[in-house]
Every structure is written in structure tokens, then in C-alpha cells.
Design a protein around this ligand. Structure first.
Ligand SMILES: Cc1cc2nc3c(=O)[nH]c(=O)nc-3n(C[C@H](O)[C@H](O)[C@H](O)COP(=O)(O)OP(=O)(O)OC[C@H]3O[C@@H](n4cnc5c(N)ncnc54)[C@H](O)[C@@H]3O)c2cc1C
Length: 455
């Protein structure tokens, strides 16, 4: 006799909970799945994503994990006639430095023995081997990394950049997708597969012979019983874990973005996701700088700011919008349901981004009124790796701490969690993302020393 199919409750219908359910149904034939959320699907952090993806990471485990996720995204793009609007213009990392040994060594760390065949150096003024990025398509773009250090070549291919840029590292397996469409594609599949959705806020969880989940719903408290549960509660994953007596090693920082219509045509529509790697002092006027320095709450804005400000066109080649972001906030805070937007952020990010893209200065003091300013929580571990695997009592699982990479990693995270729940064979990177990694002192020491790759 076979044992009855367990009933699995997944807490959270952000992209991570949805993807876990999708792979449980698709790869393991699970149909007894209930998705629980206090709100509509994809309405919280997953609605705030910049929707960028890349396989550029400083550690091979993250490279393998995101490569797997991109394989799965490409499979969905292929099967759905690219419903998820996948493109692949890459990530262009720009610096005014001509010595980039540390960056190249980091690429070697991530790519391991494949680095020699994946890194292509273009030192001459013409680089026929440097594949163009004008096509909106995601297919047929080479993998690997193009490294440009010739000034004429840089000026020719990246005419909108600051002329002081000396080196560009162009990561080719990277681009953007529509995260919302990815979620909808998976939800459509889940509906057909018989998965259920319940709207209610999880208030407590009783254990012992399965799980009894107390939910606050519009019609009062309800109790849902499940044999297994998945904690995919995004910024509240630590709260759900506490209900099961587990302390997760996560913290939260609030990050913001702006999107606006580029009426001045400052950003070429075929520009890759562009990152200014260099730290900077923001371009304030001398009067503005003096005013900032006089105010202890704002003086930091006149001091050195970190690198990694980023910019990209949004809405396809015929669209007009652009997105800017800068994850400079590293102050942990308790996650809240409301947005913690800083009204100064649009001006800060605009001035910061105009260093790499000088034409953006056209918007100083006149950002379009219909600008969209938004933000959400990066829920992360100290080493900026996700937490995927078993958690606390038997039958409880976690899929959380996806930081600023949950959209790109959703497919591999969902697949890995589904395989763990189903007792299937796991990929080599599985132990790296489970709580077991904290037992590996050498690994943890190496991770603490490495660049976290926060964007
Ligand atoms: C500004 C910003 C930009 C980003 N840019 C990118 C990017 O370019 N690329 C990328 O890959 N990633 C990006 N990310 C990261 C990505 O958005 C997240 O990693 C991902 O959305 C996390 O998904 P999630 O399902 O874990 O969380 P969420 O989407 O927050 O889903 C968790 C769900 O759990 C529900 N929930 C929580 N507690 C309870 C409870 N007690 N009861 C009921 N329901 C509950 C919530 O309502 C929520 O719907 C960005 C994030 C931010 C904030």
C-alpha cells in the first residue's frame, strides 16, 4: 500500500512560494498544495523587484544556482513564447580604473576552471569577436564575459557612458524578465494542477502530528491543517520560523528604486543593465553640499558614497521608461508591511546615476511627475546566500532570504525546495543553501571574507 499524498501548505505567495508550489506540482506531481497569503499573489516584495538576472557571482555555488535558475527561466520563455519578456543584453560593469585585477580574480573565483574559456579580452579598437547587444532577443547571445579596455571600442559601443570609463566587464548571461508574468505563468499552471489558495494572515502554528495553522481571515480565525509546511514568507520568514521555535539568521534592509519616462532620450534603448562600480561623491552644487554638511542627519549625503548604482531601459525597445537603483542602505531594520520610502531618494539616485550617464542631468530638478518611486525589503543572511531546506520540526521547510536576487533565483530555489520536500536527489549546491552550511567553519570563513554581491 502506498502512503497517502501529504497535504503541503506554503506560507507566502510571492515568487518564491509560487515557484516552490510550481515545481512541486510540475516535477513531483503534487496536487495537494494550499498557498496561503494575507494578500493577493505577487503583491509584496515580489512586486518591487527590479526584475534583473545575471549569473555573475563571486562563488561557484551561487554561479551554479543562478545558472540553473536561468536555464529554467529560458525553458519557460521557450514554452510560453516568451510570456516572461526575457531579454539578454547583459550586465555592463563600468569603472574608471584601468587596473581590474581584483575584479578579474573575482570572476575566476566564481567561474572556476571554466573561467579561461569564458573570459574574452578585447584590447584592440575593433573587436569582431565582441558579439553585439542590439537585438532584443534572449536567444543566440554568447555566454561568458567580455572585457573591454580599449577606449575607442568603449566609446563606440557605449557612447552614453562617462568618457572617463576605462574598463567594462560585460556579463553576457544576464538581462531582465517580467517577474509578474513569471508568477502568473506559474499560477495558471497551479490552478490547472488543482492547487488551492487561501487568503489569511498566519498568526500561530501548532505542531505534533502535522501542523495546525491559525489564520486571521476576513471571516474570522480559521485553522488549516497540513502534513508539511513551507516558510516562504519573504521579509516575515523569521516571524514564521519563530512560531515553530526556530531562529533564522536573517536581517532586513529597505531598498528603493525609481522608474520614469525618459522623455529626453538620455538612455539608449539597447543599453545593457549598467552598473557604475566606482564609489563617488554625489554631484551637488557647492551650496547644496554646504547645506547638507551642516545637517547631521544629511551630512552623509555629501560624503563618500558606495559604488554599484545602476540604470537600465525598461519596457522594451519601443518603450520609453528607465529604472534606476542604488542599494546603499545597509542599516538593518525590523520588516514592516508599509513602505519606508525616503522622499530624497529620487534626487539622490538620479544624481548618482548621472555620473555614468551624464545625459541624465537633463532631469535635475525636473523628474517627471508620473515617476514611480518604490521599494521593499532585502531579507538576507550575513553572507548573502539564501536559506532553502529543512527548518526545525519534521515536515517544516524554508525557502527564504532571497535578498536582491529572488526573481532571478526563483526557479532554482523553487525546484530545490520541492526536491528537498519530495526526498529527491539534490544538486551539489544544496548543502550550501541549507542551515547545514553554518556547521562548515571553513566555508563560512571564506564567505565572510568574500564580496557579498549585493546590488
Ligand atoms: C527594490 C528591490 C529591487 C529588487 N530587484 C531585484 C532584481 O532586480 N532581481 C532579482 O532577482 N531580485 C530583485 N529583488 C529581490 C526580489 O524581489 C525578492 O528576493 C523576492 O521578491 C522575494 O520573494 P519572496 O516570495 O521571498 O517574498 P515576498 O514577495 O515578500 O512574498 C512573501 C509573501 O509572504 C506573505 N506573508 C508573510 N508573512 C505572512 C503571514 N504571517 N501570513 C500570511 N502571509 C504572509 C506576504 O504577504 C508576501 O506576499 C529586489 C527586491 C527589492 C526590494
Amino acid at each position: 500500500m502506498t502512503s497517502p499524498t501529504p497535504h503541503i501548505a506554503i506560507i507566502g505567495t510571492g515568487i518564491i512560494g509560487i515557484s516552490t508550489a510550481y515545481y512541486l506540482a510540475k516535477s513531483f506531481g503534487q496536487s495537494k498544495i494550499t498557498l496561503i497569503d494575507r494578500d493577493q499573489p505577487m503583491a509584496f516584495t515580489s512586486a518591487q523587484s527590479g526584475e534583473n538576472y545575471r549569473n555573475w557571482w563571486p562563488h561557484p555555488a551561487m554561479v551554479a544556482f543562478t545558472n540553473r535558475s536561468i536555464d529554467l527561466l529560458e525553458e519557460i520563455a521557450r514554452q510560453s513564447r516568451n510570456r516572461i519578456n526575457m531579454n539578454r543584453r547583459g550586465y555592463a560593469l563600468a569603472t574608471r580604473d584601468s587596473t581590474i585585477d581584483a575584479l578579474v580574480s573575482q570572476l575566476h573565483d566564481g567561474l572556476g576552471s571554466s573561467a579561461d574559456s569564458l573570459l574574452r579580452y578585447h584590447t584592440g579598437a575593433t573587436a569582431n569577436s565582441y558579439a553585439p547587444f542590439d537585438k532584443p532577443d534572449w536567444e543566440g547571445v554568447p555566454d561568458g564575459v567580455d572585457i573591454l579596455q580599449n577606449q575607442s571600442l568603449i566609446r563606440e559601443r557605449f557612447p552614453s557612458y562617462d568618457p572617463e570609463i576605462q574598463s567594462i566587464i560585460h556579463i553576457r548571461r544576464a538581462g531582465d524578465i517580467s517577474g509578474q508574468q513569471l508568477g502568473m505563468h506559474m499560477l495558471d499552471y497551479l490552478k490547472e494542477a488543482g492547487a488551492k489558495r487561501v487568503v489569511g494572515e498566519v498568526k500561530s502554528i501548532d505542531t505534533g502530528d502535522g501542523f495546525r495553522i491559525a489564520l486571521a481571515t476576513a471571516s474570522g480565525t480559521e485553522v488549516l491543517e497540513a502534513d508539511q509546511i513551507v516558510n516562504a514568507a519573504g521579509p516575515f520568514a523569521d516571524k514564521i520560523a519563530e512560531m515553530l521555535g526556530v531562529a533564522l539568521p536573517v536581517y532586513h534592509t529597505f531598498q528603493q528604486k525609481v522608474a520614469f519616462e525618459d522623455r529626453a532620450g538620455a538612455i539608449p534603448r539597447a543599453l545593457p543593465f549598467s552598473i557604475d562600480l566606482d564609489g563617488q561623491k554625489i554631484d551637488w552644487s557647492p551650496e547644496e553640499r554646504d547645506m547638507l554638511l551642516e545637517d547631521p542627519d544629511f551630512a552623509w549625503l555629501a560624503q563618500d558614497m558606495p559604488g554599484a548604482i545602476h540604470c537600465r531601459p525598461d519596457g522594451g525597445d519601443n518603450g520609453k521608461w528607465i529604472k534606476l537603483g542604488w542599494a546603499y542602505n545597509d542599516t538593518p531594520a525590523a520588516a514592516t508591511w508599509d513602505q519606508q520610502l525616503d522622499e530624497n531618494f529620487p534626487d539622490i539616485v538620479l544624481r548618482g546615476a548621472s555620473r555614468l550617464q551624464p545625459a541624465l542631468k537633463a532631469y535635475y530638478g525636473q523628474l517627471p511627475r508620473n515617476m514611480h518611486h518604490y521599494g521593499g525589503w532585502y531579507t538576507m543572511t550575513e553572507e548573502n546566500w539564501p536559506l532553502i531546506g529543512t527548518m526545525g520540526p519534521e515536515g517544516a521547510f524554508m525557502n527564504c532570504a532571497l535578498s536582491g536576487f529572488g526573481t532571478m533565483a526563483a526557479c532554482a530555489a523553487g525546484e530545490l525546495c520541492a526536491a528537498t520536500i519530495s526526498g529527491d536527489e539534490l544538486p551539489d549546491y544544496a548543502p550550501c543553501f541549507s542551515l547545514a552550511r553554518y556547521e562548515d567553519a571553513d566555508l563560512m570563513a571564506a564567505l565572510q571574507a568574500a564580496n557579498k554581491g549585493v546590488l
